[in-house]
Design a protein around this ligand. Structure first.
Ligand SMILES: C[S@@+](CC[C@H](N)C(=O)[O-])C[C@H]1O[C@@H](n2cnc3c(N)ncnc32)[C@H](O)[C@@H]1O
Length: 239
């Protein structure tokens, strides 16, 4: 809330529960001020910091895994749209990708993003546009076995135009789904972010034709004012 006398924005400090004044910096857009306010008041942002996750998105994947058992130790995971890396952190942990013991099954986590990701022990990151020819040409050089889990949290920058944003995310999601049809092992799992908005039907149909079970899921940690949800597809090849 902007104080009309001072021009400063009041925010609640999530550590103390008290409201704090945040100076509205010259030149800062209202949208940036609103983003800052939301971050400061978001319990998942605070929890992510406490637990050492790179973003609050970690909790969405934890919820998805708790409900649908996406990962097993030893799994090979492809993480599409991996920056800043919190989903990769979870996948490394669940698949033992950072372990070296000979007693446990050791997994592998490969992250792909337009942006570089700071290193995470047990994960490999590649700076590629998933939709580019570069990706298609190079992916076979780094993937020698079928994949157990393909996950996409890809999102293009918001245009602010709801319908356009919806169509852009759906295009990424559909491309991720087609990638999964070519690279998943029989029985493998797929999860991808979608935005509700009408263009999901074709995607649902092709997923249902290829997986044993397809479910839409909105994690509690996904902001309630966002139309974001996740499509979870289990058991590739209907084994
Ligand atoms: C919401 S963030 C992902 C957060 C990530 N799951 C995590 O837990 O840290 C969405 C990411 O998708 C990436 N992205 C969008 N379009 C992409 C594309 N065509 N190829 C690769 N990455 C893309 C963006 O660069 C951005 O980093």
């Amino acid at each position: 809330m902007v104080n009309s006398n001072t021009g400063k924005t009041r925010k609640r400090n999530i550590d103390t529960g008290k409201k704090v004044l945040v100076k509205t910096a010259k030149g800062r857009k209202l949208s940036s001020t609103n983003w800052l306010r939301r971050q400061l008041n978001d319990p998942f942002v605070k929890l992510a910091k406490q637990k050492g996750f790179r973003s609050r998105a970690a909790f969405k994947l934890l919820e998805i895994d708790e409900k649908f058992c996406m990962f097993n130790p030893g799994d090979v995971v492809v993480d599409l749209g991996s920056a800043p890396g919190s989903w990769a952190q979870i996948a490394v942990d669940k698949t033992n990708a950072n372990k070296q013991s000979t007693k446990e099954k050791i997994g592998r986590v490969l992250g792909i993003d337009l942006k570089p990701v700071l290193p995470i022990s047990g994960a490999e990151f590649y700076v590629w546009d998933f939709l580019s020819d570069d990706f298609l040409i190079n992916i076979d050089n780094i993937l020698s076995t079928p994949v157990d889990v393909i996950m996409s949290d890809m999102a293009s920058n918001s245009t602010g135009h709801r319908k356009s944003d919806h169509l852009r995310i759906m295009a990424l999601c559909e491309a991720a789904a087609f990638f999964s049809f070519d690279y998943l092992r029989p029985g493998g799992n797929f999860v991808a972010k979608v935005l509700a908005g009408g263009a999901e039907r074709n995607l649902q149909t092709s997923l249902k034709n290829n997986f044993k079970k397809v479910v839409n899921f909105k994690p509690k940690s996904s902001r309630s004012d966002s139309s974001e949800k996740y499509v979870v597809a289990l058991g590739f090849g209907k084994v």
